[in-house]
Ligand binder design. Structure first.
Ligand code: LMR
Length: 398
């Protein structure tokens, strides 16, 4: 019956994680998947989440009923406020709708299905490169995907002029996927003035912006990292926005995410909300409860929220520090090479420029795991492993 089923080649990120877990070497370092590790190589839980989890854990007698198709309302509202801001125009005009989703991937899937249903002939444009799963999800929803130039290997930054030129040539109603901050996989971000130019092109070209954000707070802060979202909202633009709380609440396994759509008017927004619910129903009916309760309890409580924000800030600062230490250590070992890109790129990831052979050698010979694309998760570095990692990279590059 199933003999024609083709073998799965594996996923470039998740399958590498499986290899890492099986690796028995004591000195192994995981810089592959996007996980935030602390200085003790532990993926830490936020104090605020621990506090709420203890409370939630007391409710053992209560059965867990189905959530609505759109998820927990208090969670969706808090998510929307965090993303769009308290003085959001679309929120005030009831043009924005948000549903709870199964992580960022679930949001992308529901968003992709919703767009395919309503714009069946559109193409989806992603940055070159992008998170591999973006392409998989949109193609899985039946879309043809295309790439706009993004990363410039010469400068290790954004190839902005080329990006803009391509965006200008995209036909009306095509979808453009953008990363508001901490670009995955490169860590190379646009500055606000560049986003303003992109917004102009998106609006003039009647393109559909699809924003995907998973690292709000990991570059500068919760406000500044949401610049693109807030700026689009301010000019009254319509857009789709997926978000993940996996990293910024350290709730990877709870699958906490959201999908927000900003429409032209409140009546349209209501119709959109209905279609999102219909799409959820046909994929997984309704989302799970625990993660949403944890997140909304933190976001809706002033003191827990302040505690979460301050821990998140600490994480961002630790990542930034590790970027500097790794840059300095690499320069000591290879003085003729320039590693400044490490401190210019932002968020969890850096594109190292290592070839797939070099990345593979790092893993096989030194037990240091980075993706074959050369993406390194800088959030896996700490004072104990960074010198070893610098040695290993220097040996592979020498
Ligand atoms: C990553 O890019 O490493 C993370 O977003 C995890 C994933 O699902 O790929």
């Amino acid at each position: 019956m199933f003999q024609h089923v083709q073998p799965y080649a594996g996923d470039p990120i998740l399958s590498l994680m499986e290899k890492f877990q099986k690796d028995e070497r004591d000195n192994k370092v995981n810089l592959g998947i996007g996980l935030y590790y602390n200085e003790h190589s532990i993926v830490p839980q936020f104090n605020a989440i621990k506090t709420v989890a203890l409370e939630v854990g007391k409710n053992v007698d209560k059965a867990k009923l189905y959530l609505p198709m759109s998820g927990l309302k208090s969670y969706a509202d808090a998510t929307q406020a965090l993303l769009l801001g308290n003085d959001s125009k679309s929120r005030a005009e009831k043009r924005a709708v948000t549903i709870q989703t199964l992580g960022g991937s679930g949001a992308l899937k529901i968003g992709a299905d919703f767009l395919k249903e309503n714009f069946p002939t559109s193409k989806v444009w992603v940055s070159q490169p992008t998170w591999e799963n973006h392409i998989t999800i949109f193609q899985g929803a039946g879309f043809e995907t295309a790439e706009y130039p993004y990363f410039d290997p010469e400068t290790n930054g954004v190839a902005f002029e080329k990006m803009l030129e391509t965006l200008k040539s995209i036909p009306e109603n095509d979808v453009v996927l953008l990363h508001p901050c901490c670009h995955n996989p490169t860590g190379a971000d646009l500055v606000p003035e560049q986003w303003d130019q992109v917004i102009e092109v998106l609006i003039k070209g009647k393109l559909i912006p699809f924003l995907d954000i998973a690292y709000q707070g990991f570059a500068e802060d919760l406000e500044k990292d949401a610049y693109l979202i807030r700026a689009l909202d301010k000019v009254g633009a319509q857009f789709v926005l997926s978000n993940s709380f996996s990293k910024i609440f350290s709730l990877y396994g709870e699958r906490v995410g959201g999908l927000t759509v900003v429409s032209e008017d409140a009546v349209t927004a209501d119709n959109v909300f209905g279609r999102l619910k219909a799409n959820v129903r046909r994929v997984y009916s309704s989302p799970p409860t625990t993660g949403a309760v944890l997140v909304e309890s933190v976001l809706n409580n002033d003191s827990l929220r302040a505690d979460w924000e301050s821990e998140l800030k600490g994480m961002a600062e630790r990542i930034a520090k590790m970027r500097t230490v790794l840059r300095d250590e690499l320069v000591k070992r290879l003085p003729n090479k320039n590693f400044d890109y490490l401190v210019k790129q932002r968020g969890m990831f850096s594109y190292t420029g290592l070839t797939s052979e070099q990345a593979d050698k790092l893993r096989t010979e030194h037990a240091v795991y980075i993706l074959l694309s050369g993406r390194m998760c800088v959030a896996g570095l700490n004072e104990k492993n960074v010198y070893y990692v610098a040695d290993a990279i220097a040996k592979v590059l020498a």
